[in-house]
Write a protein that binds this ligand. Structure first.
Ligand code: FAD
Length: 439
């Protein structure tokens, strides 16, 4: 009898896990509640949906997110393969056409004879069988309360989504194409603001009406801080943050005091998202504030910014660095629900869980990825952090052992990156991760 694994949730982590399992000849039962039931942020009926930005962040090997992507490519990540195939110009970042990305991965799942898709919401925790739960930060209420019963109180923070604008509603006599420092091949559109325009915009932004949040205490993830909250920290916060003008000035034009950037959101270039503009302003206020930005006076907002609860478990109390439960080894939790933070981080966790679930199904022992690699450091961070203070964190160089440069006493990231690639290659060789299993 062929080994089989149940995967719950066809998001970034679940899809990567399914494709790794099938690659190793393991049968998969995939449960996804879309399109019958949609979370408050998911809009597409297809799998692996990017709910907010279409950017998978930096693609530079000396950036932690870029290095994680390099490792995933070396390891044979199927989601990264599709991300590379559906990429659109975005400077040094890896941005994708969100619909093509999601459609291509859905096709890969649907056409795989080893994967059986069940379009249904899972409302209880399966009692036995190898299972990966990857239902994400917006896990349905019924399953969340079951998880809560099983694992104790779940934890939360809040995430916000940035608005998307129709390109043909942007005034390109005012907004201009330019990448910061002219780096990369991207197509960023920039809306320049004078000091007077910025001051007016700032005053309106900090006083604009927000959607009230139900929960009394609101905790927001720093990396996804709503623009209006960030602005309330001081008038200059935005000009040193998402609206910083450096590297975006044009010769023979007045110097801009602040610049709002828009990033291409689809292949055809018909949609642009506003970079760093996650918001929970009311829709009418979003329209009013966005239309104050030079070049966006007639902006047609295709998708408004919204804010959502983001659920995760207390990973250090519950998980091993293989994403298995400490007290139930046939049970894995991957993706944002496991306490990782971000698209690429979720893909990486799905990769590790998928490989280990396949090994378990085939009678092999699980494998722990090396601490010197980004993929291994993330898994070890969530399993070993202090459970009393645990909070999700994007991948960063602080998670891997440093290599201190004697000349300036700083961590030498180039050496850390070279070591991570070497360790990844060795790991692939030792565990033959580049070979598909055919038994
Ligand atoms: C509003 C918001 C914005 C975000 N923006 C960004 C961003 O811009 N950049 C970034 O790097 N990260 C962002 N994140 C964080 C995170 O990286 C993404 O949420 C990412 O998609 C997580 O991947 P995942 O596979 O864990 O979950 P998801 O991609 O959300 O996939 C989970 C899947 O499980 C399904 N599901 C849920 N419950 C059930 C159930 N009971 N039964 C069956 N199926 C179920 C869902 O329909 C979904 O398809 C954001 C998160 C949120 C909530």
């Amino acid at each position: 009898m062929k080994a089989s694994v149940r995967v719950i949730g066809a998001g970034l982590a679940g899809v990567e896990a399914c494709l790794q399992l099938a690659k190793r000849n393991v049968e998969v039962d995939l449960y996804e509640m879309k399109p019958g039931k949609m979370s408050p942020a998911h809009k597409l009926s297809t799998f692996a949906e990017l709910v907010c930005s279409n950017s998978l962040r930096s693609d530079s090997g000396e950036n932690a997110a870029g290095l994680l992507k390099t490792e995933l490519r070396l390891l044979g990540s199927e989601v990264m393969k599709v991300a590379d195939l559906t990429r659109i110009p975005s400077g040094s970042a890896l941005a994708v056409d969100r619909e093509s990305f999601s459609q291509a991965l859905t096709k890969a799942i649907q056409s795989n004879p080893l994967i059986k898709i069940h379009h249904e919401e899972v409302t209880s925790i399966p009692e036995k069988g190898i299972t990966i739960i990857a239902t994400g930060p917006l896990t349905s209420d019924a399953l969340s309360s079951e998880l809560e019963k099983e694992f104790g109180a779940l934890m939360y923070f809040y995430d916000a989504v940035a608005p998307i604008i129709a390109f043909d509603s942007i005034d390109t006599n005012i907004a201009y194409f330019k990448n910061r420092y002219d780096k990369g091949d991207g197509l960023y559109l920039n809306c320049p603001m004078s000091k007077e325009q910025y001051d007016l915009f700032y005053e309106e932004l900090i006083n604009a009406e927000c959607v009230p949040l139900k929960e009394f205490e609101m905790r927001v993830f720093e990396g996804c801080m709503p623009i209006e909250e960030m602005a309330k920290r001081g008038p200059k916060t935005l000009t040193f943050g998402p609206l910083k003008p450096i590297g975006l000035q044009r010769p023979e034009h007045p110097k801009a005091y602040a610049v709002v950037q828009l990033r291409q959101d689809n292949h055809s270039g018909s949609l642009y998202n506003i970079v760093g503009f996650q918001t929970h302003l009311t829709f009418s206020e979003q329209k009013r504030i966005i239309r104050m930005i030079p070049g966006l006076a007639q902006a047609e907002i295709i998708r408004y910014g919204v804010m959502h609860r983001n659920t995760f478990i207390n990973a250090p109390a519950l998980l091993l660095p293989t994403y298995q439960l400490k007290n139930r080894e046939e049970f894995f939790i991957a993706g944002q629900l496991s306490g990782v933070e971000g698209y690429v981080e979720s893909i990486a966790s799905g990769f590790v869980a998928g490989i280990n679930a396949a090994r378990l199904a085939q009678g092999d022992g699980p494998i722990v990825f090396p601490l010197e690699t980004m993929i291994g450091a993330q898994a070890q961070y969530i399993a070993n952090a202090d459970s009393a203070y645990f909070q999700p964190m994007n991948i960063n160089f602080g998670l891997v052992p440093p290599i201190i440069d004697e000349r300036n006493k700083k961590n030498n990231k180039a050496l850390v990156a070279a070591r991570s690639i070497e360790k990844t290659e060795k790991f692939i060789e030792v565990y033959q991760l580049d070979q598909q299993r055919n038994n």
